[in-house]
Design a protein around this ligand. Structure first.
Ligand code: 4NP
Length: 158
């Protein structure tokens, strides 16, 4: 099993969107029993809370239901248990590096997997309008394709 953890600040906007999207990508590819997907936040503001309404609506418009997800806070054990720990922005990455006592190769920015764009951070949409969530979706979709290719490469290695 390859384990993927998406991490943002609150775990109610960007990372649950990434979790729902990537789970759906993995399922469509027939890899649901080989890839485990989860998300968490660097802060505990929204532990136990469902994703933000705007995040849920944006994902629903793209055919992905994330309503049942619940916010949780990332912890040091996650850094050992997941094969990919993918931060949405550099602040999240810095917080993860602090948690883990320094940089680690599997703890990275998710957008490093995006092939067609120059951006390396998924902007926090929390204080903006619905268009910010659409923008997040587009960035996530691009990086999800690159991540899937990376994971398939790993799975196919002897
Ligand atoms: P997220 O967005 O990190 O993408 O889940 C945020 C959610 C909540 C807050 C900030 C960002 N907040 O300050 O409560």
């Amino acid at each position: 099993m390859i384990k993927v953890l998406f991490v943002c600040l609150g775990n109610i906007c960007r990372s649950p969107m990434a979790e729902g999207l990537f789970r759906s990508v993995v399922e469509k590819r027939g890899l649901a029993d080989r890839v485990y997907v989860d998300s968490a936040g660097t802060h505990g503001y929204h532990i136990g809370a469902p994703p933000d309404e705007r995040a849920r609506q944006t994902m629903a418009a793209h055919g992905v239901d994330i309503d049942v997800l619940e916010g949780r806070k990332v912890n040091a054990v996650d850094l050992d248990q997941f094969d990919y720990v993918l931060a949405m922005d550099r602040n999240n990455l810095r917080d993860l590096e602090r948690l883990g006592g320094g940089p680690r190769p599997h703890v990275r920015l998710f957008l490093e997997f995006a092939c067609s764009r120059a951006e390396r951070e998924v902007p926090d949409p929390y204080y903006g309008g619905p268009e910010g969530f659409e923008r997040v979706y587009a960035l996530l979709e691009d990086a999800a394709a690159g991540l899937l290719a990376d994971i398939e490469g790993r799975l196919n290695r002897p």
